[in-house]
Design a protein around this ligand. Structure first.
Ligand code: SF4
Length: 266
């Protein structure tokens, strides 16, 4: 009787934690299979970051869902845009492609939740996929993750200057400041997000961000930037040695403690 080998899989999201996990494990587990669930709506910085990871670690990444991006699934959902209450996007574009990738094989899925985080939650319920949490097991916290990334030469993704989470450019978990910065950094992508908001087909008034349209939000740009800068200054005073990217992350987290899904944002 032949026994199939257990597969080792690690999902990269284009975020810092899953990347640091790849840095930690790529030598320890050479047979690791890396994958990225591509929604076709990622930031260009994310694709660049994935290229950097491949080059530095010498690994191969499987891009899942290559033919069926967001627009395909939006059509299947009759134009119903996703929201925190209706999160079909994560299920269809992140979890399902991952489960199809693993199929019925026995697999260990490596997840980059840190020892200083209180979230757990594995989104697949398939019994053949066993989640493991190496950072938690080894007691590794945020500072260790940053060090791993720096030592590897990969560093942080470029979008960290203005946005703390990976994921779709229009992700509804984005904070107001991040929307303002999207308009500044990628005006074409911001315009596309506005288009989705204005042209969706299900008859609801749809706004990606709570309480206002993206164009209304952009009118308040100066106020949003000023508030953000105030919060950054306060945070820098409280922890002067902290790198700016970390201050940004903590300020944005204070603004909103909604946790986005784990697969999009690790
Ligand atoms: S990043 Fe946001 S919009 Fe994209 S799949 Fe994840 S939750 Fe949905």
């Amino acid at each position: 009787m032949s026994h199939k080998k257990v597969r080792h899989v690690l999902g990269l999201s284009g975020g810092k934690d899953s990347t640091a996990l790849a840095v930690l494990l790529h030598r320890e587990i050479p047979e690791m299979e890396y994958f990225f669930c591509d929604t076709h709506k990622e930031l260009p910085e994310t694709y660049e970051y994935l290229d950097r990871i491949k080059a530095r670690l010498g690994i191969k990444i499987h891009y899942l869902s290559a033919k069926r991006g967001f627009d395909h699934w939006l059509a299947i959902h009759d134009g119903l845009l996703p929201s925190p209450q209706m999160r079909w996007c994560t299920v269809k574009m992140k979890i399902k492609p991952f489960e199809d990738f693993v199929g019925d094989d026995e697999a260990i899925s490596y997840i980059g939740i840190r020892a200083d985080e209180n979230r757990d939650g594995y989104l697949s319920t398939k019994p053949n996929i066993k989640p493991v949490f190496p950072f938690k097991e080894r007691g590794l916290v945020k500072a260790d993750i940053i060090r791993l990334l720096e030592d590897s030469g990969i560093g942080l993704p470029d979008y960290y200057r203005w946005r703390s989470r990976s994921g779709c450019f229009f992700c509804f978990f984005q904070r107001k400041y991040e929307w303002v910065m999207l308009a500044q950094e990628h005006p074409d992508l911001f315009a596309k997000a506005v288009e989705y908001e204005q042209n969706h087909k299900d008859g609801r008034i749809y706004t990606w961000t709570e309480g206002e349209t993206l164009l209304e939000l952009l009118e308040r740009k100066d106020e949003i930037i000023a508030n953000h800068e105030k919060a950054i200054n306060k945070s820098q005073k409280a922890a002067p040695n902290r790198p700016l990217a970390e201050a940004l992350e903590s300020v944005l987290d204070e603004e909103d403690d909604d946790l986005p899904c784990l697969v999009c944002n690790l």
